[in-house]
Design a protein around this ligand. Structure first.
Ligand code: TYD
Length: 140
């Protein structure tokens, strides 16, 4: 998988599969995750497959998003280039850097999203208006 948008990259976490049951997947702050993790949140019980989440960008906060169960479609837009990524690998995440408009949709049954963030929740860091995002991204 290759990313064409700015301020994003693929992050692959080590996965331990030994002779016991299950997988063990590890994310270290400032190692695989390129920032100090201040906040973790997850999204589950996605019962409406036509819903669209996200639809915003962040001015400063950086995040890494994972699909730890099932699948969904991640939409990325850096203001110039758009890309859709099928998220269906439990140890492969996408860095959502600054000023990257993102959407999440097409959730499979049982889909669970996990997000690691560089900052605490702050609504003033959000850009929720697409026109404003395009204007601001043209300046950066
Ligand atoms: P939002 O970030 O818009 O969700 P998504 O990107 O998944 O569509 O957040 C939805 C609501 O939850 C919004 O009212 C803000 C609130 N919220 C918090 O209070 N703290 C948080 O850490 C997050 C991520 C959201």
């Amino acid at each position: 998988m290759q990313l064409y948008v700015k301020n994003s990259s693929i992050i692959t976490l080590p996965k331990i599969k030994d002779n016991r049951d299950g997988n063990l997947i590890i994310a270290n702050s400032l190692k695989e995750i390129p920032f100090e993790i201040k906040r973790v949140y997850y999204i589950n019980q996605l019962e409406n497959s036509v819903s669209v989440r996200g639809k915003h960008a962040h001015k400063e906060c950086e995040q890494v998003i994972f699909c730890i169960n099932g699948s969904f479609l991640l939409g990325l837009d850096d203001g110039t280039t758009q890309q859709k990524i099928l998220m269906n690998q439990d140890n492969v995440g996408v860095l959502l850097g600054k000023m990257l408009w993102h959407t999440m949709e097409d959730f499979s049954p049982g889909c669970v999203l996990l997000v690691l963030a560089s900052d605490y929740y702050d609504e003033s860091d959000y850009i929720r208006d697409y026109e404003e995002f395009i204007k601001l991204s043209a300046k950066t």
